[in-house]
Write a protein that binds this ligand. Structure first.
Ligand SMILES: Cc1ncc(COP(=O)(O)O)c(C=O)c1O
Length: 419
């Protein structure tokens, strides 16, 4: 328990932090969250729970997009990081280090691809993927989904939903093209000119609230890519690392990409690491041009050490089994709630990739606020605010799910009560 003095100090620190954030970080973010009644400044965090500096407990159903798939401060990952920092630092980016080499070997084994290029962020990994595809094919054009999100760096930011790139006058009309999700005809039209270097796709688009691909959509895209000499880049930053019950979501549809992007959860939420994993052919430039891509912090030794352990835990059959068990358990509970509370209009689910659709254009947004008041943190989908991203961790148990379902039910009741 916090003593009163500690409590007062924490409450003051929280207000000071919010004021500094409004003054020096991102005023609009603070204001929008404030309108939803969310004034979170995260203090203690452990497993799948976190506490606001003012003491409010929250079940974490956002997990920073899957960064905390294995929970906050997972003890085994923390031990690996501490051990690494006891003898190493970030390393020198011109050289291999044992952890970097081992993580690359492991990623090759679990993707069937060959080379890993490590970056600090998922956005930069997508940049590497785009550049590799352009170099390999000699083409420039990139096709992505209208509601795709691949990060906010230069090239990744230009792919998918164009609003942010346009706002920064950093879009590349003609070079970056979008097509609607689940429309193989539109994809064929976009590729038929034979001038597209790559299709860049989230397997289940997260920022659009996890709409599921039709059964034959992803295999059709793979086939179109093969037909028109285009590479398939699977952005598995949110859907990979076990979240669907398979290590990579593309496996659910039997698709093998030419490049796979992973990030977020690979870091265990402890030390930034992301990767573009390239086929031997597409990564052939690494054999000719060892400095074709350089990043001081990409492949930093502690991050790769944590990444090895995180990948091992995510790929463990016991973890993947738990995902299946918990996915079924949650489905039953969610359906029960939907039957009683029609504001929850649809459950979009593949394993623990879950989007909850509500019966109002801003329904997901309203639920973000209501759930916050009831002790659960989940975020609306930015590209479709009717939907709430509902992301449980890979290692949760039934008792934790029961708590979460109760809080969801209570939050829905409070909204119904408010009319
Ligand atoms: C699907 C997807 N790709 C790429 C990214 C970018 O990752 P990062 O924020 O590490 O740059 C994100 C981040 O949310 C993402 O959801």
């Amino acid at each position: 328990m916090m003593t009163d003095d500690n409590g007062r100090a924490a409450a003051e620190l929280k207000q000071e932090t919010l004021q500094l954030a409004r003054d020096y970080l991102f005023p609009q973010r603070i204001d929008l969250m404030g309108q939803l009644g969310v004034d979170l400044v995260i203090g203690r965090r452990e497993g799948y729970r976190m506490w606001d500096l003012d003491g409010r407990e929250l079940l974490d159903f956002h997990l920073n997009g899957g960064t905390y798939n294995l929970g906050h401060r997972h003890p085994a990952l923390l031990a690996v990081l501490q051990d690494s920092l006891a003898h190493a630092d970030v390393g020198n980016h011109h050289f291999a280090n044992p952890e970097r080499a081992r993580l690359a070997q492991h990623l090759a084994a679990v993707t069937g691809l060959q080379f890993s290029v490590f970056t600090p962020s998922g956005a930069e990994a997508n940049d590497v993927a785009i550049k590799s595809a352009r170099r390999y094919t000699g083409r420039r054009k990139i096709v992505a989904l209208e509601q795709g999100y691949h990060g906010r760096s230069g090239l990744s930011g230009a792919a998918g939903n164009p609003d942010s790139a346009r706002a920064f006058n950093s879009d590349y009309p003609g070079e970056f093209v979008t097509v609607p999700f689940n429309d193989a005809g539109a994809m064929e039209q976009a590729l038929a000119g034979g001038d597209v270097a790559a299709v860049l796709m989230e397997t289940i688009p997260a920022t659009a609230g996890f709409p599921l691909p039709d059964e034959d959509y992803l295999p059709a895209v793979r086939e179109l890519c093969d037909r028109y000499g285009t590479l398939y880049i699977a952005d598995e930053v949110q859907t990979g690392l076990g979240r669907t019950g398979r290590l990579w979501a593309v496996e659910q549809w039997g698709v093998k990409p030419d490049i796979l992007i992973t990030g977020k959860g690979l870091s265990g939420g402890l030390y930034p690491v992301s990767a573009a994993v390239l086929s031997a052919e597409v990564g052939g430039w690494l054999a000719d041009d060892g400095w074709g891509y350089v990043s001081t912090f990409g492949g930093a030794q502690p991050g790769c050490a944590v990444g090895c352990k995180a990948l091992e835990i995510c790929a463990d059959p016991a973890t993947l089994d738990n995902v299946g068990t918990i996915a079924d358990y949650l489905r039953t509970g969610l359906e029960d709630i939907r039957n009683r509370r029609p504001f929850l209009s649809d459950i979009q689910q593949c394993g623990l990739v879950i989007g909850l659709r509500f019966d109002a254009p801003d329904g997901g947004m309203r639920m973000t606020g209501a759930l916050y008041q009831h002790g659960l943190w989940a975020m609306f989908a930015s590209f479709d605010p009717a939907v709430l991203q509902f992301k449980p961790g890979l290692l949760v148990d039934r008792a934790y799910c029961d708590e979460a379902l109760q809080r969801l039910d209570d939050a829905l009741a409070s909204l119904q009560g408010a009319g």
